[in-house]
Every structure is written in C-alpha cells, then in structure tokens.
Design a protein around this ligand. Sequence first.
Ligand code: LLP
Length: 413
Amino acid sequence: MTGFERDGGVLRCDGVDLEEAAGRFGTPLYLYSAAAIREAYQRYDRAFASVPHRICYALKANGSGALLRLLQGLGAGADIVSGGELQAALRAGFAPERIVFSGVGKTDEELAAGLDAGIGEFNAESEDEVQRLSALAAARSRAARVTLRVNPDIDPRSHPYISTGLRENKFGVDIREAPAILSRLRALPAIEVTGLQSHIGSQITDLSPLAEAARELAELSRRLLDEGFPLRTIDIGGGLGVDYQGGGAGLGPEALAERVLPELQGLPLTLLLEPGRSLVAPAGTLLTRVLFLKRNRAKTFVIVDAGMNDLLRPSLYQAFHRIEPVRETGSPAQRVDIVGPVCETGDFLARDRELALPEAGALLAVRDAGAYGFSMASNYNLRMRPAEALVDDGTMRLIRRRETFEDLVRTEV
Ligand code: LLP
C-alpha cells in the first residue's frame, strides 16, 4: 500500500508523520504521496497495455510543477485547457506531441501558442474553432492535427455541474452532426482531422455511460475510416471517479479497461485517455488545524484554518471528503459541522459529520484532496493560498511555499 495510512493511531503519508509535516510547513497544507501517484499511473498503463495508448494527464486536476514532472517522467502525456496549462506542461518537460489541447473557448493567442509549440492534437469543440485554427495554421505554413470532440448525449450520472456529455451542455458537437462537420473540416487548409474525442463528465462511478460513449465513438470512427478519413486516434476523455468514502468500491482503471476495450476491438487507432482525478485525488490530503469549538442551540461547530477558498469542492458540489483526526484521541464521536474562517455560510468542509470531538490545536486530515483541491483554490477574503509538500521515497519537501501578502498585491498597478 502507498499513500495515507494509519499506524499506531497516527495518520502517516508513506511513513511520514502528518504532525511533522504540519509542524514544518504550517497549515493549511496540501500533502501528496509521490508513491501513490506513481502507482495510480502504472495501474492505468498496465490496464490498457494490450492496445496502443497514451495517458494524457488532465492538468486541471492539479497543475503543480512537481506533480507534473513526476507524471511526465512516468511517460504520461498531458491534457491542457488553457495557455497557462500549455506553459506549465512544456515547463514540466512534456513533449509537445504528447499534449492534447481541450476546451470550448480557446482564444487566438492560445491556438497560436499551441501551434507554435507543435502540440499533438487540438481537441476542437466547434466548427468555428477549427476555422480559426485553419487560418492561424495556414499563416504559419504548418498543419494542425484536429480531434473533433463529439457530444454523444449520454448521462454520466454524476453531479450536474460536472456532467459534460448531455445535449444541453456546451461541450463538443452533436454526434449526429459530426460526419457532415468533418467533411467540411476536411476541406479546410492546414487542417488534418486525425480522430474523435468525447468526455462525458467527471467523478463517474457507474462505468456503463463511459462504455456507451466509447461504443458511440468507435462506431463513428469505423464509419469515418470506411469513408477514407485518415484517423489515427480515439480519445475517450477522463471522468473515472474515485471512492471518496474510502472503501475501494471496485472502481479503477482495470474496471474501466474491462468495459471500454471490448468496444474498441479491431480499431487500428491509438487510444487516448485524459484522466485527472483518478491519478491524483487519493494521493493528496489537506491538513488543517482546529482553531475553536463553538456550540449553539442547533449545532456544534469545529472551526478550522482551511476554508472554501482552500478546498471549494464541499461548498460548490456538496462533495463528501473524509475528515479524520491525524492523532486518535479516543474522545467520543459527535455530530459536528466542520467549517472554515471565510465569511459565508457556504464555507464548510463537512456538515452533520460524526467526528471524535477534537480540541483546539488538533490536526485534521481532509482526505482525497489531491485533485481539484489546490487547483481550485482562490484568494477570497484575501487569504493566502496554502503551501504544498510532497513525500517521495521517505523524504518530504516543500513543492510550493505558502503565499504571502506581497504575492497577493504583486499584480496591482
Ligand atoms: N478531459 C476533459 C476535456 C475534461 O474537461 C476533464 C475534466 C478531464 C479530462 C478530467 O476529468 P477527470 O478524470 O478528472 O474526471 N472541479 C470538479 C471536476 C471538473 C472536471 C472538469 N473536466 C470537481 O472538483 O469535482
């Protein structure tokens, strides 16, 4: 086992005591296990080993340089959605041809930067986008490889904010219109249509919608190959969920491969995957200290030093994260709200949660916070974003220092 485990009543990260981490770097602190990320990547790689494949890590889940270099070193490609993510991927050493550029609203500057870097594929989301790309590529006398994102109108049965493959969503083009669109795109200068992509949502725990989307993509790919399109890739996006309850629950890349690979049988294409959450979520914990306890007639509040600006998921999606005392105390469990210092009622990490009542100063671990944790953090209430540390091979190091007030005002003019 790698990652976070309890040993002698204390939660540790690959042997490192989390109290020591908080003592050295302060709280709130994001702490990651390099071993857990390696293991998650290698599980994906093995699960899809029977077909040519490329695992393009979705940077949006966590774009910290140390994690990017780690994944790049393991052989991952990158899935990016902005000029910033392009720069971060290149800086971390990802080979440009292993980068795919997704997103519904790429600006001219972003398209041009992708072209100039020579990225592998643009995952185009509209006909207009490909027209812009064609003009920009032609002006540079280079060809752009385009993968068309199709919207298969499949319900991923996840949270509505992170469902992307329904016809009312802004993503991709209607799968029924794709053949006609592709015929028109084919005629554009400096454009090579090399594949199809779909991404139907995130935190998907029922694999049937993912298998169905893969089937639809495969069917359309076969038809296009028959019509002479020189397709090379099929990209089934990301979306594989993790078990935030911590039970394992049979989710994982092996189960995904078992459902998806039969749908792709016989296709002479390289399979692209864009996992984010499932590579890094369980590998990260947010450490936070209890500031105060407060009771009113309705509730007991555990007020901690991490707020919605540090970890937005509970507030935004009512997402569940396990929260545990780092050191077991044996104090009886009580139903509490674990809340942050931000001036909003929506600022909570957990509501009506059974927790062994901690004392002020105790350290709590918010589990499975490696994905969409730091990457969605903000400076709301002029709070400094937290520090990040990585445990690798038994040693712990800071990978991002805590922000300072100077950082916050640096861009003011
Ligand atoms: N590819 C595309 C085109 C995407 O839009 C996404 C995520 C991924 C790949 C990676 O999906 P994953 O494997 O991580 O599910 N902030 C939300 C999640 C938003 C996901 C957005 N797109 C959360 O905290 O749950």
